[in-house]
Ligand binder design. Sequence first.
Ligand code: ATP
Ligand code: MG
Length: 390
Amino acid sequence: MKALLISRDSQLYADIASQGTARVPPLNIAASRTSVRDALDRPVHDPELVIVDASELDAADTDLLERLSRHFPSAQLMLLTGQQQPDLLIRAMRAGVREVLQLPLELAAFHEALDRIAASAGVLAARDGKVLAFIACKGGSGATFISTNFGFALATLADKKVLLIDLHGQFGDATLYVSDQKPAMTLSDVCSQISRVDGPFLESCLVHVAHGFGVLAAADDPSQAKEAKPEHIDAILRVARQHYDYILLDVGRQIDAVSLRALDCTDVIYPVLQLALPDIRDARRLLDIFRSLGYSTDNIRLIVNRYEKGGKLRLQDLHSALGAEVVHTVPNDYIAVTDSVNQGVPVLQLTRSSAAARSLAELVELVTARRAPESKGLFDRLFGRSEADY
Ligand SMILES: Nc1ncnc2c1ncn2[C@@H]1O[C@H](COP(=O)(O)OP(=O)(O)OP(=O)(O)O)[C@@H](O)[C@H]1O
Ligand SMILES: [Mg+2]
């Protein structure tokens, strides 16, 4: 989006320019003027957005705003004000200003305003990432193994840009499942610098596991975990959606204010459970919580982990007990999974032909819906099987 900035403040110019270039699609300051009069005298060709720093405007100048709005009829107007100036605000609204933000500029509010402007101008973000949450119905169900290894599979098999956020308040271990790097930054560090969060900053805080796949580690000290507030999660996910195709959440078992906010922003929740009565009991409690929160059952899809065919409990029993759909099963693959977890190497990289790796590739197919009926799917291309082998 092309913008004209009207301000004398060079620091404000620098802040808006750097925030703008980090957006997808970027906001380019095509020109700047020191005053509204200057902008009227030296017009700019067709900006889509005009940002006016009103710190030096008073009510008497508001007719200039009206002239400005007539001058750029197809541009949206954004006003930045240092103090409360009710008269100015009313006149500005009449002049067609739709967004008024306080100075000093709060970056989260600025980006939200730009999102609204972009949406009403019909400018779509290049990425519109999906948020998928993996939550263990019972301790040790396999949510961390599946979410981390699925993230690697999505990035490497489907060429998606993937971010995994470890939301465990304590004992977060997601990075260890797929990497031997020690995280330099964690979720709580990002939250403590929330006003800096943009695409490049977020990317710089990740443990990079593979091309297109990074993990934002959980705080390693539970006292630091308190740093994360629900509104931080909103801001991080908003930025993440613009920069990644998929944002995976390893939610852990605790449901607190932070994980709830994250689940509120989630497109699909994948509760992970094993086919055993204690897991089913806990899954039912979890699903009851989701229902009481008003989450749609359509967006809750069960994954059965360590599945073995021929057991006493069947998948249909699970469906009727829980009223939610089982979308996928991951086989019990003790050797491949234990080797992978112990070495901190994704199972798809370590033993590509293992049953666990194949199952993750199938999950990639399912989630990305890449498999056209008439074409050979990713799974077949990878493992060289024909449809007849299923
Ligand atoms: N499909 C599988 N086959 C064999 N073993 C598995 C499988 N999935 C997970 N495991 C084993 O189960 C262990 C627990 O898995 P994981 O840590 O992913 O569970 P979790 O749901 O994240 O547990 P927590 O509640 O501790 O967060 C792993 O260390 C792994 O060795
Ligand atoms: Mg876990």
